[in-house]
Design a protein around this ligand. Structure first.
Ligand SMILES: Cc1cc2nc3c(=O)[nH]c(=O)nc-3n(C[C@H](O)[C@H](O)[C@H](O)COP(=O)(O)OP(=O)(O)OC[C@H]3O[C@@H](n4cnc5c(N)ncnc54)[C@H](O)[C@@H]3O)c2cc1C
Length: 455
């Protein structure tokens, strides 16, 4: 009888963990339990709609999902449909791969005014996440401030200024396109507390800002240092030098015919959101960098803007029964171990850092822990026949059926995906179904595929 492992969350870290276990010399039966009907986490709902080539990494997860040893239970939210402790009772090991989907608050006066949006919510809105579909951001303004100096901030800036033609081959939902493309936004300000050397932009994304159809990137040349930080290592220096070159190259771009601007505003710390109920301006304090930290100079100025997007990081959502580190916003763990038979991986473990591929070594480490811990529990694998195994999948199916949970299989997801691809206009990869009810409606009458019991 195989060991049973439940993975909560079918984003990159969940899939990489399933793949690492699948490749193990041990016999595992692995179930991915995903709160939404759709798999792939932030690949679908985070990665920008105009970065379809990045989203294609999900194809490599297909092989994992289609292995008989791997089950998919979409539309099953742990904490709502089944408890963590219940799952632990059914499976030999449980891996928490739930990401870090909650926005961190902008903790400055006025940070809760209407017109201030967290990046996870805002990005989820333009990417068709069912939870954020109804955000209805008010972009009836000429000026938007984005707080943060990483790729998420760049993504948001790009999506705000790209033309309908530039977005035509993406899967931007119609409702988001209607708001974005009728908005009078002319100036987008990217606010960084520190300077270009400390920014987290990757060079490919930064260079993209120079190739926008109707938008010019602007940076004050006085804010761009001559060279990389002397105390950075060689690799870091190379990356810094590339970004500095790119920022300098912006000065030589032709402004003719461009109606929009993205302003890189380094060395500015937001201190207050000004206005009545609605955002009217962002008060910024000029800074200098000392020992890598931003230090306020006391000199402030007000930047008029009608919307603020805070791309200042996200945190995981605590689950009942899961120890949680509130200050770091992650599940409390030691090298990914949480408790006996309980593990955490990906952004729920590390917080929102790194690229999709960063989750792979993380997942491989967790798979190795599971193997080692099961070996210990069984007195070594020589004794594994005697180790009592938990039932896993059939017991989960029974429990979900008893509760009337409308779970869907991977084949069910493929039916949803096919409907999205079929509905797409020419050149678009898909027209996303947004509401969960719409997705489930597609499955009605689609035959046995949506749910295939293992027995
Ligand atoms: C805006 C944005 C843009 C990005 N762009 C890029 C990019 O261009 N390139 C790149 O390499 N990386 C990019 N990343 C980073 C990349 O998306 C992450 O590294 C990766 O998605 C983290 O994987 P994860 O599995 O830990 O979390 P997630 O991708 O968030 O997956 C977690 C999954 O768990 C599910 N879940 C949550 N709670 C429950 C529950 N209680 N029960 C069941 N299921 C649950 C969620 O629905 C979700 O499917 C971007 C991130 C963001 C935020």
């Amino acid at each position: 009888m195989p060991f049973s492992v439940a993975i909560i969350g079918a984003g990159p870290s969940g899939f990489y963990t399933a793949e690492a276990l699948r490749r193990s010399s041990l016999d595992f039966r692995i179930d991915l339990i995903e709160g939404l009907p759709t798999p792939f986490g932030l690949i679908r709902f985070g990665v920008a709609p105009d970065h379809q080539s990045t989203k294609r990494v999900a194809r490599s997860y297909e092989r994992t999902a289609q292995d008989e040893a791997v089950g998919y239970f979409g539309n099953v939210e742990v904490g709502r449909d089944i408890g963590l402790e219940e799952l632990r009772g059914l499976y030999d090991a449980v891996v928490v791969a739930i990401g870090a989907p909650l926005d961190r608050e902008l903790k400055i006066p006025g940070g809760d005014k209407a017109g201030v949006y967290g990046s996870a919510t805002f990005v989820g809105w333009y990417n068709g996440h069912p939870d954020h579909r109804d955000l209805a951001p008010d972009l009836n303004t000429e000026s938007v401030a984005i707080i943060g100096n990483g790729n998420v901030a760049l993504d948001i800036a790009r999506v705000l200024v790209k033309t309908p033609a530039e977005m035509a081959t993406t899967d931007l939902p119609d409702y988001a396109g209607a708001v974005l493309h009728s908005a009078p936004v002319r100036d987008v300000h990217l606010i960084g507390r520190r300077g270009p050397l400390e920014s987290k932009f990757t060079n490919v994304e930064l260079r993209e800002m120079a190739r926008l159809e109707d938008c010019l990137p602007l940076v004050d040349p006085g804010q761009v240092p001559d060279g990389p930080a002397a105390d950075a290592d060689e690799r870091e220096q190379r990356l810094q030098a590339k970004n500095l070159d790119t920022l300098r190259s912006f000065a030589g771009l032709d402004a003719a015919g461009k109606s929009k601007r993205v302003h890189f505003r380094f060395f500015n710390r937001p201190v207050e959101v000004l206005g009545g109920n609605q955002v009217e301006a962002l008060r910024l304090e000029k800074t200098r960098v000392e020992d890598g930290h931003a230090v306020g100079t006391g000199e402030t100025f007000d930047l008029p803007c009608g919307a603020v997007v805070a791309a200042i990081g996200t945190k995981a959502q605590p689950l009942e029964g899961l120890p949680f580190d509130q200050s770091k916003g992650v599940v409390t763990n030691r090298h990914g171990r949480v408790d006996r038979g309980l593990y955490v991986v990906g952004w729920a473990r590390r917080g929102p850092t790194g690229v999709i591929g960063t989750n792979k070594p993380d997942a491989e480490e967790i798979a190795a822990h599971i193997e080692a811990d099961l070996a210990d529990a069984g007195g070594g694998f020589g004794a594994k026949a005697s180790l009592a195994r938990k039932t896993g999948r059939p017991a989960l199916e029974d429990l979900l059926d008893q509760r009337g949970v409308n779970w869907i299989s991977y084949d069910g997801w493929k039916v949803i995906e096919a409907a999205e691809v079929e509905a797409a206009e020419p050149g678009m990869p898909r027209k996303k179904l947004i509401r969960i009810a719409e997705m489930l409606a597609v499955l009605d009458g689609a035959g046995p595929a949506p749910r295939q019991r293992s027995d």
